[in-house]
Design a protein around this ligand. Structure first.
Ligand SMILES: NC(=O)c1ccc[n+]([C@@H]2O[C@H](COP(=O)([O-])OP(=O)(O)OC[C@H]3O[C@@H](n4cnc5c(N)ncnc54)[C@H](O)[C@@H]3O)[C@@H](O)[C@H]2O)c1
Ligand SMILES: CC(C)[C@H](C(=O)O)[C@@H](O)C(=O)O
Ligand SMILES: [Mg+2]
Length: 362
């Protein structure tokens, strides 16, 4: 098959982990006879440096004309003092909006062989398999007004948390559909004891639930959900929630797996190219050292193969290669205290070797 993939390396460790992904894509292309036409484009701080804007029109156009987009990460101290509207992160938000990527899927899957990397007890962690479905183009991130103003002679800042019924309905439906394909349990997370937007969210969940009788659903307040994720993460199958809650809960949930460097994500629209990215950021503290864990990005490639490129066999093979490498005890520095750790490139090569073995025997 021929597919057009846009890679947005971004900032910090972004280019290090997307290089890993490109290496693996080349291997998959060779093994399965696909032609991946890879194009690089600028986003975030790198785009500010090159074009003076975090989201150049060329990047939007390239992404819209692609079959799938893979992003490293954006942001970093170099751009931290810029005004909010031209920060690197604004480029990512603009890209999500312009591609209509309202559904952000963040699977939290445990690798049995990695249980020792989690700060949680073995019996809490083993068998966890949950999916956070995060609303991605609404809520506090996009609400207007967002501004500084003077109130009673004092400098004041305002952000707006706003959701329409249709924005809630489409993400809640996606949550129910995914729950129906999985174990049939949906937890809708909100703050309906305080927020009006959450009360509307709950009403919509109640209405939509009628169309999915095979799914068992419940509501949970977000502060309780944060605690339950640590106490008993196995109770969850699909969690559906709004933008900001999903952002925070997914970083928290990553530690069930042992590291933020493990969690991938898929951002999907109604139709059109998906955006695939690790949930972690540009990690300025380790950028340039060659030690970043590439597995969140490689797992994002698994999601890209499965969800958008219609290559389920290839997705399975890459997933197996990642499993095998971890089973064989290979670790980057974020996953172990031991001295014997692999660099980003070494870990990537281990995955490529494992992939070669899988594809040779299939
Ligand atoms: N999707 C994105 O592009 C994205 C996501 C989150 C944060 N950010 C941006 O990244 C910058 C840094 O944010 P932060 O430090 O709060 O969060 P971060 O996710 O970049 O890093 C948090 C911690 O996790 C570690 N870490 C992250 N990814 C890792 C990996 N692959 N391997 C090993 N360790 C890893 C980092 O070293 C750091 O100690 C900020 O500008 C933020 O806005 C971007
Ligand atoms: C960089 C930032 C805008 C982004 C978000 O909050 O969505 C990040 O934290 C993420 O989780 O993808
Ligand atoms: Mg985040």
């Amino acid at each position: 098959m021929q597919k057009r993939i846009v890679i947005l390396p971004g900032d910090g460790i972004g280019p290090e982990v997307t290089a890993a992904a490109e290496r693996v894509l080349t291997e998959i292309g060779t093994a399965y006879g696909h032609e991946f036409e890879v194009k690089h484009a600028y986003l975030g701080g790198a785009a500010i440096d090159e074009y003076g804007t975090p989201l150049p029109q060329e990047t939007i156009d390239a992404c819209q004309q692609s079959d799938a987009v893979l992003l490293g990460a954006v942001g970093g101290p170099k751009w931290d003092s810029l005004p909010g509207d031209i920060r690197p992160e604004k480029g990512l938000l603009g890209l999500r909006k312009s591609l209509g990527l309202f559904a952000n899927l963040r699977p939290v899957t445990i690798f049995d062989s990695l249980a020792d990397a989690s700060p949680l007890k073995d019996e809490v962690v083993q068998g966890v398999d949950l999916l956070i479905v995060r609303e991605l183009t609404g809520g506090l991130y996009f609400g207007e007004p967002r501004e500084r103003r003077e109130v009673n002679g004092e400098e004041t800042a305002v952000d707006t948390l706003i959701y329409s019924r249709s924005e809630i309905e489409r993400i809640v439906r996606r949550g129910f559909e995914l729950a129906r394909e999985r174990r049939g349990i949906l937890t809708s997370v909100d703050k309906a004891n305080v927020l009006e937007s959450s009360r509307l969210w709950r009403e919509v969940v109640e209405e939509v639930a009628g169309d999915y009788p095979e799914v068992t659903y419940s509501h949970m307040l977000v502060d309780n959900a944060a605690m339950q994720l640590i106490r008993n993460p196995k109770q969850f199958d699909v969690i559906v929630t709004e933008n900001m809650f999903g952002d925070i809960l997914s970083d928290e949930a990553s530690m069930i797996t042992g590291s933020l460097g493990m969690l991938p994500s898929a951002s999907l629209s109604e139709s059109g190219p998906g955006l695939f990215e690790p949930i972690h950021g540009s990690a300025p503290d380790i950028a340039g050292k060659g030690i970043a864990n590439p597995l969140a990005t490689l797992s994002s490639v698994v999601l890209m193969l499965a969800y958008t490129l219609e290559m389920p066999e290839e997705a399975k093979a890459l997933q197996k290669a990642i499993d095998d490498v971890l089973k064989n005890g290979y670790r980057t520095a974020d996953l172990t205290d031991q001295a014997n750790v692999l660099s980003t490139d070494e870990m990537t090569e281990k995955v490529v070797e494992a992939l070669k073995q899988t594809t040779a025997t299939s």
